[in-house]
Design a protein around this ligand. Structure first.
Ligand code: PHE
Length: 352
C-alpha cells in the first residue's frame, strides 16, 4: 500500500502550482501547467495522484483531507482561468501588434484588363453599322467546302478558289472558312425559309488562311461581312453605306472610290477606298502618302448566289462587302506588324 498523503503535501502542491502559474506567459505553457496538475488525456495530474491515496489515511482523517483537496482544486481552477484570460489577452495584443494595419496607406492598384485592339475596332465597326440599322449575325468558323466556295459560285476546280489558301480538316469537305462570305448563304437561307425577306446584316468573325506568316499577312484574322438584300438595292446604296461608314470610322469628308475588281460571288465587283487626303501627318501615314485607304472588297450579289440563298434574282437584288478590322486597326493605331495581334505580348496589348 502506498504511503498516506498529508495535508502538508496538499499545501505544498497548492503553493507550487500557484507559483508555477505566475510564470506562465503563453498558451503552450498554460497547457503544460494544466497537464501537470490536472492531467491530460492519458496522464494523471499531480492533484489526482494525491487524492487517489486518500484510502491509505485513517478513516477519521479522510473527510478533512478530502475537503482540503477539493478546496485546493477549486483554488487552482480559479487561478487557472484567471491566468488563461490574461494569457489570451496578451497573445491577442501581440498578434494585433505584429499584424498592425496602417489604414492610411494607399490601396493596392487593381490590375485592370483591357480590350484587344481587334475587339476595339470590331466594336466600333459594329456600332457604326448597327446605327445604320444592320443586324449582327454569327456563322461558324469551321465550314463546309460547299458553303465557303461552291454556293458562292465557285464549283470544285473553279480557278478562283486559288484566291484563298485553305486550311483543310481531316474530314472531307470540312474546312476552316477562308472568309466570312459563307455567312451570306446561311443568313439568306434562314431569311428565305418562309418566303424571302429583305435583310440588312453584318457578320463579324475570324477567318483562316493557309499562309506564310509575315509582317503583312497572318494565318488568321477577323473580317466583317456585310449583306443587304431588298427589292431595289443598287450600287448607289452600297456607295451611300460606305460614305457614311468612312465618315464615322475615319472622320473623312466622305469621298470614296470604287476600283473595279473581281470576286466570283459579286457582279460587278469592286474594291473600296476611302479618301483621307494628304494634309495631315496621320492621313499621310494611313494612306502611305496616296491619300486613299483601301477598306473593303464589295459588289452586287451575284444572281447565282442570290438563288443559292433562296432569293429570286429577277425580284431581289443586293450588295455585299467584306472588310478587315485588323487592317483598319493597323491604320488607326499605327501598328506596323500584323503578327503583334495574336502574339499576346502584354507590352503590345497594354497600349490600348
Ligand atoms: N470575301 C471576300 C474576301 O475575303 C471579300 C468580299 C466580301 C468581296 C463580300 C465581295 C463581297 O476577299
Amino acid at each position: 500500500m502506498s504511503e498516506a498523503p498529508t495535508l502538508e503535501q496538499l499545501d505544498a502542491l497548492e503553493r507550487e502550482a500557484l507559483a508555477a502559474l505566475q510564470q506562465v506567459e503563453n498558451s503552450e505553457a498554460l497547457h503544460a501547467w494544466r497537464a501537470r496538475y490536472f492531467g491530460a488525456k492519458r496522464t494523471e495530474g499531480a492533484l489526482e495522484q494525491l487524492m487517489k491515496r486518500i484510502g491509505s489515511l485513517p478513516p477519521e482523517q479522510r473527510p478533512a483531507f478530502g475537503r482540503r483537496a477539493n478546496a485546493v482544486k477549486q483554488t487552482l481552477i480559479a487561478a487557472y482561468e484567471q491566468r488563461e484570460a490574461h494569457v489570451k489577452t496578451a497573445e491577442m495584443q501581440a498578434a494585433l501588434q505584429a499584424n498592425a494595419l496602417d489604414v492610411t496607406l494607399p490601396g493596392r492598384p487593381i490590375a485592370v484588363g483591357r480590350l484587344h485592339p481587334s475587339t476595339l475596332t470590331l466594336r466600333r465597326i459594329i456600332q457604326i453599322f448597327t446605327r445604320m440599322g444592320f443586324e449582327v449575325y454569327r456563322s461558324p468558323e469551321v465550314e463546309t467546302d460547299e458553303m465557303n466556295f461552291t454556293l458562292l459560285n465557285m464549283p470544285p476546280d473553279h480557278p478562283a478558289r486559288d484566291m484563298w489558301d485553305t486550311f483543310y480538316t481531316t474530314t472531307p469537305g470540312v474546312i476552316l472558312r477562308t472568309h466570312t462570305s459563307p455567312g451570306q448563304i446561311r443568313v439568306m437561307r434562314e431569311r428565305s425559309k418562309n418566303g424571302p425577306q429583305p435583310l440588312r446584316v453584318i457578320l463579324p468573325g475570324m477567318v483562316y488562311r493557309y499562309e506564310q506568316v509575315t509582317a503583312r499577312s497572318e494565318s488568321q484574322f477577323n473580317q466583317v461581312e456585310g449583306l443587304v438584300i431588298g427589292r431595289r438595292i443598287t450600287m448607289a446604296d452600297l456607295k451611300g453605306v460606305f460614305v457614311e461608314f468612312a465618315r464615322q470610322m475615319f472622320g473623312s469628308a466622305g469621298q470614296i472610290r470604287f476600283r473595279a475588281s473581281y470576286f466570283p460571288f459579286t457582279e460587278p465587283s469592286v474594291e473600296v477606298d476611302v479618301y483621307l487626303g494628304t494634309e495631315t501627318e496621320r492621313a499621310r501615314m494611313l494612306t502611305k502618302g496616296t491619300g486613299w485607304l483601301e477598306i473593303a472588297g464589295a459588289g452586287m450579289v451575284h444572281p447565282t448566289v442570290l438563288r443559292n440563298g433562296g432569293y429570286d434574282p429577277e425580284e431581289w437584288s443586293g450588295f455585299a462587302f467584306g472588310m478587315g478590322p485588323e487592317r483598319q486597326a493597323m491604320r488607326l493605331y499605327g501598328i506596323n506588324d500584323i503578327r503583334y495581334f495574336w502574339q499576346n505580348d502584354l507590352r503590345f496589348l497594354e497600349q490600348f
